[in-house]
Design a protein around this ligand. Structure first.
Ligand code: GLA
Length: 388
Protein backbone atom coordinates (compact mmCIF):
# COMPACT_ATOMS: atom_id res chain seq x y z
CA UNK A 1 0.00 0.00 0.00
CA UNK A 2 1.32 3.46 -0.84
CA UNK A 3 -0.36 6.71 0.06
CA UNK A 4 -0.31 10.14 -1.54
CA UNK A 5 -0.27 13.24 0.58
CA UNK A 6 -2.29 15.07 -2.07
CA UNK A 7 -5.31 12.92 -1.39
CA UNK A 8 -4.96 13.61 2.34
CA UNK A 9 -4.75 17.34 1.59
CA UNK A 10 -7.90 17.26 -0.51
CA UNK A 11 -9.65 15.27 2.18
CA UNK A 12 -8.91 17.71 5.03
CA UNK A 13 -9.64 20.70 2.76
CA UNK A 14 -13.11 19.33 1.95
CA UNK A 15 -13.83 18.20 5.50
CA UNK A 16 -12.90 21.64 6.81
CA UNK A 17 -15.46 23.27 4.50
CA UNK A 18 -18.09 20.80 5.65
CA UNK A 19 -17.35 21.34 9.34
CA UNK A 20 -16.88 25.10 9.40
CA UNK A 21 -18.66 26.36 6.21
CA UNK A 22 -15.63 28.30 4.97
CA UNK A 23 -12.18 27.48 3.56
CA UNK A 24 -9.14 26.69 5.71
CA UNK A 25 -6.32 29.25 5.74
CA UNK A 26 -3.54 26.65 5.80
CA UNK A 27 -3.01 22.95 5.20
CA UNK A 28 -0.02 21.42 6.99
CA UNK A 29 1.53 17.99 7.17
CA UNK A 30 4.12 16.08 9.19
CA UNK A 31 5.38 12.58 8.42
CA UNK A 32 5.71 9.43 10.52
CA UNK A 33 9.06 7.65 10.54
CA UNK A 34 10.79 4.34 10.30
CA UNK A 35 14.04 3.70 12.12
CA UNK A 36 16.61 1.83 10.02
CA UNK A 37 18.89 1.11 12.99
CA UNK A 38 19.63 2.46 16.47
CA UNK A 39 16.72 1.55 18.74
CA UNK A 40 16.52 2.37 22.44
CA UNK A 41 19.62 4.50 22.02
CA UNK A 42 18.04 7.98 21.79
CA UNK A 43 17.23 8.29 25.51
CA UNK A 44 20.78 7.11 26.21
CA UNK A 45 22.18 10.11 24.30
CA UNK A 46 23.23 7.74 21.51
CA UNK A 47 22.88 7.43 17.72
CA UNK A 48 19.80 6.65 15.62
CA UNK A 49 19.33 6.31 11.84
CA UNK A 50 15.67 7.00 10.97
CA UNK A 51 13.91 8.25 7.83
CA UNK A 52 10.63 10.19 7.55
CA UNK A 53 8.05 8.23 5.54
CA UNK A 54 5.15 8.94 3.21
CA UNK A 55 2.53 8.32 5.88
CA UNK A 56 1.65 11.20 8.14
CA UNK A 57 -0.79 13.59 9.72
CA UNK A 58 -2.42 16.36 7.71
CA UNK A 59 -4.27 19.32 9.22
CA UNK A 60 -6.49 22.00 7.70
CA UNK A 61 -6.72 25.07 9.94
CA UNK A 62 -7.81 28.66 10.43
CA UNK A 63 -7.00 31.24 13.08
CA UNK A 64 -9.62 32.30 15.64
CA UNK A 65 -9.89 35.62 17.46
CA UNK A 66 -10.43 33.95 20.82
CA UNK A 67 -8.46 31.30 22.77
CA UNK A 68 -10.65 28.37 21.71
CA UNK A 69 -9.40 25.26 19.91
CA UNK A 70 -12.09 23.39 18.03
CA UNK A 71 -10.90 20.19 16.39
CA UNK A 72 -12.53 17.51 14.28
CA UNK A 73 -10.51 14.25 14.17
CA UNK A 74 -11.58 12.38 11.08
CA UNK A 75 -9.74 9.14 11.86
CA UNK A 76 -10.56 9.04 15.56
CA UNK A 77 -14.21 8.08 15.09
CA UNK A 78 -14.89 11.54 13.69
CA UNK A 79 -14.89 12.96 17.21
CA UNK A 80 -14.94 16.67 17.96
CA UNK A 81 -13.17 18.27 20.90
CA UNK A 82 -13.23 21.86 22.07
CA UNK A 83 -11.11 23.47 24.79
CA UNK A 84 -9.58 26.80 25.76
CA UNK A 85 -5.87 27.59 25.60
CA UNK A 86 -6.39 29.47 28.85
CA UNK A 87 -7.09 26.23 30.71
CA UNK A 88 -5.59 23.08 29.17
CA UNK A 89 -6.31 19.89 31.10
CA UNK A 90 -5.95 16.16 30.35
CA UNK A 91 -8.91 14.64 28.48
CA UNK A 92 -9.71 11.13 29.80
CA UNK A 93 -12.40 10.49 27.18
CA UNK A 94 -10.53 11.36 24.00
CA UNK A 95 -6.92 10.20 24.27
CA UNK A 96 -6.04 11.56 20.82
CA UNK A 97 -6.90 15.08 21.97
CA UNK A 98 -4.12 14.98 24.57
CA UNK A 99 -1.50 15.12 21.81
CA UNK A 100 -2.95 18.49 20.74
CA UNK A 101 -3.50 19.69 24.28
CA UNK A 102 0.00 18.69 25.45
CA UNK A 103 1.68 20.13 22.37
CA UNK A 104 -0.12 23.46 22.62
CA UNK A 105 0.57 23.68 26.34
CA UNK A 106 4.30 23.16 25.65
CA UNK A 107 4.16 25.62 22.72
CA UNK A 108 2.53 28.27 24.90
CA UNK A 109 5.41 28.08 27.38
CA UNK A 110 7.44 29.66 24.55
CA UNK A 111 4.74 31.63 22.70
CA UNK A 112 2.15 32.58 25.36
CA UNK A 113 0.25 34.97 23.10
CA UNK A 114 -1.06 32.63 20.41
CA UNK A 115 -4.80 32.54 19.82
CA UNK A 116 -7.03 29.57 19.08
CA UNK A 117 -7.84 27.73 15.85
CA UNK A 118 -10.40 25.63 14.04
CA UNK A 119 -8.78 22.37 12.98
CA UNK A 120 -9.55 19.29 10.91
CA UNK A 121 -7.08 16.43 11.38
CA UNK A 122 -6.56 13.28 9.35
CA UNK A 123 -3.73 10.81 9.72
CA UNK A 124 -2.75 7.62 7.91
CA UNK A 125 0.18 6.43 10.04
CA UNK A 126 -0.98 3.04 11.37
CA UNK A 127 -1.54 3.58 15.10
CA UNK A 128 0.40 1.50 17.63
CA UNK A 129 2.64 0.09 14.89
CA UNK A 130 5.86 1.80 15.97
CA UNK A 131 5.82 4.25 13.03
CA UNK A 132 5.35 7.36 15.20
CA UNK A 133 1.77 8.37 14.58
CA UNK A 134 1.92 10.46 17.76
CA UNK A 135 5.13 12.33 16.87
CA UNK A 136 3.72 13.09 13.42
CA UNK A 137 0.57 14.46 15.09
CA UNK A 138 2.59 16.69 17.45
CA UNK A 139 4.84 18.01 14.70
CA UNK A 140 1.85 18.59 12.38
CA UNK A 141 0.18 20.67 15.11
CA UNK A 142 3.37 22.71 15.61
CA UNK A 143 3.75 23.20 11.86
CA UNK A 144 0.13 24.39 11.71
CA UNK A 145 0.53 26.94 14.51
CA UNK A 146 3.82 28.18 13.08
CA UNK A 147 2.06 28.90 9.80
CA UNK A 148 -1.12 30.32 11.32
CA UNK A 149 0.73 32.68 13.68
CA UNK A 150 4.05 33.12 11.80
CA UNK A 151 6.10 31.73 14.70
CA UNK A 152 9.86 31.60 14.23
CA UNK A 153 10.17 28.07 15.60
CA UNK A 154 12.85 25.87 13.98
CA UNK A 155 12.70 22.09 13.51
CA UNK A 156 14.96 21.19 16.44
CA UNK A 157 12.97 23.30 18.89
CA UNK A 158 9.71 22.00 17.45
CA UNK A 159 10.98 18.46 18.13
CA UNK A 160 11.88 19.38 21.71
CA UNK A 161 8.40 20.85 22.26
CA UNK A 162 6.79 17.69 20.85
CA UNK A 163 8.93 15.51 23.11
CA UNK A 164 8.02 17.68 26.11
CA UNK A 165 4.33 17.15 25.33
CA UNK A 166 4.84 13.35 25.36
CA UNK A 167 7.02 13.35 28.49
CA UNK A 168 5.12 15.83 30.60
CA UNK A 169 1.52 15.69 29.37
CA UNK A 170 0.84 12.34 27.66
CA UNK A 171 3.09 10.42 30.10
CA UNK A 172 5.47 8.54 27.79
CA UNK A 173 9.13 8.97 28.68
CA UNK A 174 10.27 8.78 25.03
CA UNK A 175 13.48 10.12 23.51
CA UNK A 176 13.85 12.75 20.77
CA UNK A 177 14.19 10.58 17.64
CA UNK A 178 10.58 10.46 16.45
CA UNK A 179 9.82 14.17 16.70
CA UNK A 180 13.18 15.20 15.29
CA UNK A 181 12.99 13.09 12.16
CA UNK A 182 9.35 14.09 11.59
CA UNK A 183 10.47 17.73 11.70
CA UNK A 184 13.85 17.50 9.98
CA UNK A 185 13.94 14.46 7.70
CA UNK A 186 15.08 14.94 4.12
CA UNK A 187 13.47 13.46 1.01
CA UNK A 188 15.16 10.23 -0.16
CA UNK A 189 17.54 10.33 2.80
CA UNK A 190 17.94 8.72 6.19
CA UNK A 191 19.48 10.75 9.01
CA UNK A 192 22.19 9.78 11.46
CA UNK A 193 21.20 11.76 14.52
CA UNK A 194 23.48 12.18 17.49
CA UNK A 195 21.03 12.45 20.37
CA UNK A 196 23.69 13.91 22.65
CA UNK A 197 23.95 17.26 20.89
CA UNK A 198 21.17 16.86 18.25
CA UNK A 199 23.61 17.24 15.37
CA UNK A 200 22.78 15.16 12.31
CA UNK A 201 24.10 13.98 8.95
CA UNK A 202 21.84 13.06 6.00
CA UNK A 203 22.59 9.87 4.11
CA UNK A 204 21.05 9.23 0.69
CA UNK A 205 19.08 6.00 0.47
CA UNK A 206 20.30 4.28 -2.73
CA UNK A 207 17.65 4.64 -5.46
CA UNK A 208 17.39 0.93 -5.96
CA UNK A 209 16.33 0.26 -2.35
CA UNK A 210 12.73 0.13 -1.15
CA UNK A 211 11.84 0.90 2.46
CA UNK A 212 9.81 -2.25 2.91
CA UNK A 213 7.83 -2.15 6.16
CA UNK A 214 5.71 -5.00 7.49
CA UNK A 215 3.29 -4.59 10.36
CA UNK A 216 3.09 -7.76 12.45
CA UNK A 217 -0.32 -6.52 13.60
CA UNK A 218 0.48 -7.87 17.04
CA UNK A 219 -1.49 -5.83 19.53
CA UNK A 220 1.12 -4.13 21.65
CA UNK A 221 0.65 -4.56 25.40
CA UNK A 222 2.46 -3.02 28.39
CA UNK A 223 4.44 -0.85 25.99
CA UNK A 224 4.74 2.25 28.13
CA UNK A 225 5.56 0.44 31.37
CA UNK A 226 8.12 -1.87 29.74
CA UNK A 227 9.61 1.10 27.86
CA UNK A 228 9.98 3.12 31.04
CA UNK A 229 11.52 0.10 32.84
CA UNK A 230 14.14 -0.32 30.09
CA UNK A 231 14.96 3.35 30.39
CA UNK A 232 15.41 3.10 34.16
CA UNK A 233 17.66 0.05 33.77
CA UNK A 234 19.91 1.96 31.37
CA UNK A 235 20.08 4.88 33.79
CA UNK A 236 20.99 2.49 36.60
CA UNK A 237 23.99 1.14 34.67
CA UNK A 238 25.15 4.63 33.70
CA UNK A 239 24.97 5.60 37.36
CA UNK A 240 27.04 2.53 38.30
CA UNK A 241 29.84 4.03 36.19
CA UNK A 242 29.29 7.49 37.65
CA UNK A 243 28.02 8.76 34.26
CA UNK A 244 24.89 10.59 33.20
CA UNK A 245 24.17 8.37 30.21
CA UNK A 246 25.34 5.09 28.64
CA UNK A 247 26.83 7.13 25.80
CA UNK A 248 29.76 7.81 28.09
CA UNK A 249 30.41 4.12 28.82
CA UNK A 250 32.57 2.05 26.44
CA UNK A 251 32.15 -1.64 25.63
CA UNK A 252 35.53 -2.35 27.24
CA UNK A 253 34.45 -0.67 30.49
CA UNK A 254 31.20 -2.60 30.49
CA UNK A 255 32.91 -5.96 29.95
CA UNK A 256 35.39 -5.25 32.75
CA UNK A 257 32.50 -4.52 35.11
CA UNK A 258 30.44 -7.56 34.13
CA UNK A 259 30.65 -9.26 37.54
CA UNK A 260 29.46 -6.12 39.32
CA UNK A 261 26.20 -5.96 37.35
CA UNK A 262 23.24 -8.33 37.28
CA UNK A 263 23.19 -10.40 34.06
CA UNK A 264 20.04 -8.53 32.98
CA UNK A 265 21.52 -5.07 33.48
CA UNK A 266 24.69 -6.16 31.69
CA UNK A 267 22.69 -7.29 28.66
CA UNK A 268 20.58 -4.13 28.57
CA UNK A 269 23.70 -1.95 28.53
CA UNK A 270 25.47 -4.19 26.02
CA UNK A 271 22.58 -3.68 23.62
CA UNK A 272 22.75 0.11 23.87
CA UNK A 273 26.52 0.38 23.56
CA UNK A 274 26.82 -2.04 20.62
CA UNK A 275 23.74 -0.54 18.91
CA UNK A 276 25.46 2.85 18.89
CA UNK A 277 28.47 1.29 17.16
CA UNK A 278 26.17 -0.38 14.61
CA UNK A 279 24.24 2.83 13.87
CA UNK A 280 27.43 4.76 13.11
CA UNK A 281 28.77 1.87 10.99
CA UNK A 282 25.46 1.75 9.09
CA UNK A 283 25.75 5.38 8.02
CA UNK A 284 29.10 4.55 6.48
CA UNK A 285 27.67 1.44 4.80
CA UNK A 286 24.68 3.37 3.46
CA UNK A 287 26.89 6.10 2.02
CA UNK A 288 29.13 3.48 0.38
CA UNK A 289 26.11 1.42 -0.75
CA UNK A 290 27.74 -1.52 1.03
CA UNK A 291 24.73 -3.79 1.36
CA UNK A 292 26.60 -6.70 2.93
CA UNK A 293 27.77 -4.49 5.81
CA UNK A 294 24.30 -2.96 6.26
CA UNK A 295 22.70 -6.38 6.17
CA UNK A 296 25.04 -7.63 8.88
CA UNK A 297 24.51 -4.59 11.12
CA UNK A 298 20.70 -4.89 10.84
CA UNK A 299 20.83 -8.61 11.61
CA UNK A 300 23.00 -8.04 14.69
CA UNK A 301 20.74 -5.20 15.79
CA UNK A 302 17.70 -7.46 15.70
CA UNK A 303 19.43 -10.21 17.67
CA UNK A 304 20.58 -7.67 20.25
CA UNK A 305 17.07 -6.20 20.63
CA UNK A 306 15.64 -9.71 20.87
CA UNK A 307 18.12 -11.31 23.29
CA UNK A 308 19.82 -8.48 25.20
CA UNK A 309 17.14 -5.80 25.34
CA UNK A 310 14.20 -8.25 25.14
CA UNK A 311 11.75 -6.04 23.32
CA UNK A 312 10.85 -8.30 20.38
CA UNK A 313 8.02 -10.85 20.06
CA UNK A 314 7.91 -14.27 18.42
CA UNK A 315 5.76 -12.91 15.58
CA UNK A 316 8.22 -10.09 14.84
CA UNK A 317 11.13 -12.57 15.02
CA UNK A 318 9.20 -14.80 12.61
CA UNK A 319 8.74 -11.95 10.14
CA UNK A 320 12.43 -11.09 10.30
CA UNK A 321 13.33 -14.74 9.55
CA UNK A 322 10.90 -14.97 6.63
CA UNK A 323 12.33 -11.83 5.04
CA UNK A 324 15.96 -12.65 5.86
CA UNK A 325 15.61 -16.02 4.13
CA UNK A 326 14.76 -14.22 0.87
CA UNK A 327 17.23 -11.34 1.20
CA UNK A 328 20.41 -12.90 2.54
CA UNK A 329 23.20 -10.34 2.15
CA UNK A 330 21.35 -8.51 -0.63
CA UNK A 331 19.23 -6.56 1.84
CA UNK A 332 18.71 -5.93 5.56
CA UNK A 333 15.86 -6.57 7.98
CA UNK A 334 15.16 -5.99 11.68
CA UNK A 335 12.44 -4.98 14.13
CA UNK A 336 12.00 -1.22 14.27
CA UNK A 337 10.91 1.26 16.94
CA UNK A 338 10.07 0.62 20.57
CA UNK A 339 9.18 -3.06 20.09
CA UNK A 340 6.67 -5.38 21.83
CA UNK A 341 4.98 -5.96 18.48
CA UNK A 342 4.67 -3.38 15.72
CA UNK A 343 6.72 -3.40 12.54
CA UNK A 344 9.83 -4.77 10.94
CA UNK A 345 11.80 -2.67 8.45
CA UNK A 346 13.62 -4.15 5.49
CA UNK A 347 15.87 -2.53 2.91
CA UNK A 348 14.97 -4.44 -0.22
CA UNK A 349 16.57 -4.11 -3.67
CA UNK A 350 13.85 -3.58 -6.29
CA UNK A 351 14.41 -6.95 -7.97
CA UNK A 352 13.51 -8.72 -4.70
CA UNK A 353 10.45 -6.70 -3.66
CA UNK A 354 7.88 -9.09 -5.07
CA UNK A 355 9.73 -12.18 -3.77
CA UNK A 356 9.70 -10.70 -0.25
CA UNK A 357 6.01 -9.80 -0.63
CA UNK A 358 5.15 -13.33 -1.67
CA UNK A 359 7.17 -14.85 1.18
CA UNK A 360 5.51 -12.63 3.81
CA UNK A 361 2.00 -13.17 2.46
CA UNK A 362 2.38 -16.91 2.12
CA UNK A 363 4.19 -17.68 5.38
CA UNK A 364 3.36 -15.20 8.14
CA UNK A 365 -0.35 -15.85 8.50
CA UNK A 366 0.21 -19.59 8.14
CA UNK A 367 2.70 -19.56 11.03
CA UNK A 368 1.09 -17.04 13.37
CA UNK A 369 -2.61 -16.81 12.41
CA UNK A 370 -2.42 -13.02 11.96
CA UNK A 371 -2.62 -11.16 8.64
CA UNK A 372 0.42 -8.94 8.01
CA UNK A 373 0.19 -5.46 6.46
CA UNK A 374 2.86 -4.41 3.98
CA UNK A 375 3.76 -0.75 3.39
CA UNK A 376 6.13 0.12 0.55
CA UNK A 377 7.52 3.46 1.63
CA UNK A 378 9.74 6.24 0.40
CA UNK A 379 11.75 8.66 2.53
CA UNK A 380 10.06 12.07 2.61
CA UNK A 381 10.75 15.64 3.72
CA UNK A 382 10.27 16.60 7.36
CA UNK A 383 7.71 19.28 8.21
CA UNK A 384 10.30 21.91 9.18
CA UNK A 385 12.97 21.06 6.63
CA UNK A 386 13.51 23.46 3.73
CA UNK A 387 13.74 21.66 0.39
CA UNK A 388 17.29 20.72 -0.59
C1 GLA B 1 9.88 4.93 20.65
C2 GLA B 1 10.29 6.25 21.27
C3 GLA B 1 11.63 6.73 20.69
C4 GLA B 1 12.68 5.62 20.75
C5 GLA B 1 12.13 4.33 20.20
C6 GLA B 1 13.09 3.17 20.37
O1 GLA B 1 9.60 5.12 19.30
O2 GLA B 1 9.31 7.23 21.05
O3 GLA B 1 12.05 7.88 21.37
O4 GLA B 1 13.17 5.46 22.05
O5 GLA B 1 10.90 3.96 20.80
O6 GLA B 1 14.22 3.39 19.61
Amino acid sequence: MTVSNESQQTLVHNLFEQQFQYSAQVICHAPGRVNLIGDHTDYNAGFVLPAAINFGTTIAASRRDDKVIKVYAHDCEQQIDEFSLADISFNQEMMWSNYIRGTLKALMAVYPDINGANLVVSGNVPQGAGLSSSASFEIAILNTFCQLYQLDLDGINAALIGQKAENEFVGCNCGIMDQLISAMGQKNHAMLLDCQDLSFVDAPIPEDLTLFIVNSNVKRGLVDSEYNTRREQCEQVAKHFGKNTLREVTLEQLILAKEQLTPELFRRARHVITENIRAVASLKALKANDMAALSCAMKESHISLRDDFEVSTKEVDGLVNIIDNVLGEQGGVRMTGGGFGGCVVALVPSNLVSAVEIAVNSQYEKNFAIKPSIYLCTATQGAFRASA
